[in-house]
Design a protein around this ligand. Structure first.
Ligand code: GDP
Ligand code: IMO
Ligand code: MG
Length: 427
């Protein structure tokens, strides 16, 4: 029996998952998204093309790869249709290569309105959600009243839609939200009709049969471990399990079938939306990082908050995910800095020093303790591991020594080709 390798973000998202899934996809028969929804923005660059995917897995540009949207995903049919339209110019055989779980939960237009209403009600304490309806949709799933993709095939789908939207209307009325339901419903039903044309499957059977047949599977995470609903900086998190365990529940894969766990991280840190960020740089260096790394949200266009790398939080993410290989992204962005700082420990409000993530991450005063390393301060032009400057190799070794997991891939630019394999293992 083959294995399911998992690729997921170890920080607050946007680590470069889309790029690496696209790079690795030719080595896999199947790529499967297991959680999240259109809050994700996964960027792929190759042959002069730059493309952002939201709900469709990042293996879609590879002709031989089957792409699965798993049961753990929340799917917005309207955004799905727009995504498919945007892909039309690439002449891909999407109807052949894309499979959608009947058990994925549907995002309704009212979920998006609720998301905005809840954020508004939170005022200054807002999560900074992407306003794609993620939280309210997972709420309905867990509340056992959600609608699923498979429901669109049933004769009474419209009745079920009415039942759920009636509940939403009451809440929206309380929040004094105005909207034109006729318009939204017509657009939604049109998109649902479009969705019916795709392969709607029982993805847990599909994937387990693939495993039995010896196919290799790559599970593609969205967001990052520090946004996980259980382990992230609650309440400033997303509403799904972004960690490795989420691949099991979000795809119907038993834990014993998990193989390699690729933990992907930027050579520094970014976060978009509210919530704690111990190494955030609110000075000129933060602005330089944002400019050099083009750190603006792929889904919302919001500027990303930037800061130095954070070892305590990476250690935490590695622990809860069982990471077997680390992939370091955007090393090129640090080329502008003569000195690079690494946060090795946190000093808490009472003066104690720790390399663990405190429970009170939101209210605790956390001051990062830094170690300074010499930067390489030169562009990264080569594409072999021998071409890496010695200071970058020192940075990599320092991180490996702290994190106790090998860094098997280094990314030096957004393009597919700007990828240096150090000792990447595929299960
Ligand atoms: P994802 O959500 O994890 O897939 O990441 P995003 O696509 O939201 O954000 C990553 C951004 O960094 C995208 O604009 C990528 O094109 C870009 N990117 C990926 N790897 C590299 C890299 O090694 N260097 C640089 N400069 N940009 C990169
Ligand atoms: P990818 O897959 C970065 C953040 C939002 C907000 C919080 C909750 O591209 O890495 P939500 O809309 O999920 O309710 O928002 O999570 N967030 C992301 N940040 N990358 C993402 O996805 C994100 N998806 C959600 O900014 O702070
Ligand atoms: Mg992203």
């Amino acid at each position: 029996m083959s294995k399911v390798d998992v690729l997921l973000g170890l920080q607050w998202g946007d680590e470069g998952k889309g790029k690496i899934v696209d790079v690795l996809a030719p080595k896999y028969d199947v790529v499967a998204r297991f959680q999240g929804g259109p809050n994700a923005g996964h960027t792929l660059e190759f042959d002069g093309i730059k493309h952002v995917l939201h709900q469709i897995p990042s293996g879609i540009f590879r002709e031989k790869t089957k792409n699965i949207i798993g049961n753990g995903v929340v799917l917005d049919p309207v955004i799905f249709r727009a995504e498919i339209d945007k892909l039309a110019k690439f002449n891909l055989d999407i109807k052949k290569n894309l499979f959608i779980s009947k058990k994925a939960t549907l995002i309704l237009p009212t979920h998006r309105l609720l998301d905005a209403a809840y954020e508004k009600a939170k005022g200054e304490n807002k999560i900074g959600s992407t306003l794609k309806g993620i939280g309210p949709t997972y709420q309905d799933k867990i509340g056992r009243q959600g609608l699923r993709v498979g429901d669109i095939l049933s004769d009474n789908f419209k009745d079920r839609l009415k039942k759920l939207t009636d509940i939403h209307f009451k809440i929206l009325k309380d929040h004094q939200v105005d909207f034109n339901w006729n318009e939204l419903e017509a657009q939604f039903l049109d998109a649902v009709k479009f969705l019916r044309e795709f392969k709607l499957i029982e993805s847990e059977y599909f994937l387990n049969q693939e495993l039995k047949a010896g196919s290799s599977i790559l599970a593609e995470g969205a967001q990052g471990a520090l946004l996980d609903i259980d382990f992230g900086s609650y309440p400033f998190v997303t509403s799904s399990n972004t960690v490795t365990a989420g691949a099991c529940t979000g795809l119907g894969i038993a834990p014993r079938h998990i193989g390699e766990v690729y933990g992907i991280f930027k050579a520094y840190s970014t976060r978009v939306g509210s919530g704690p960020f111990p190494t955030e740089l609110e000075d000129e260096n933060g602005q330089l990082m944002r400019k050099e790394g083009n750190e603006f949200g792929s889904t919302t266009g919001r500027p990303r908050r930037c800061g130095w790398i954070d070892i305590p939080s990476l250690k935490y993410s590695i622990m809860i995910n069982g990471v077997t290989q680390l992939l370091m992204m955007k090393a090129d962005v640090l080329s502008i800095f003569p000195t690079i700082k690494v946060c090795t420990n946190y000093q808490l409000g009472n003066g104690s020093v720790t390399d663990t993530v405190p429970y009170e991450i939101v209210n605790e005063k956390i001051s990062p303790i830094y170690k300074e390393l010499k930067g390489w301060n030169e562009p990264l032009n080569g594409n072999s591991k021998e071409s890496l400057p010695s200071e970058l190799n020192d940075y990599i070794k320092f991180l490996e020594n702290e994190l106790k997991v090998p860094i098997t891939l280094v990314s030096t630019g957004p393009d597919r080709t700007q990828t240096i394999h150090r000792s990447l293992q595929i299960a």
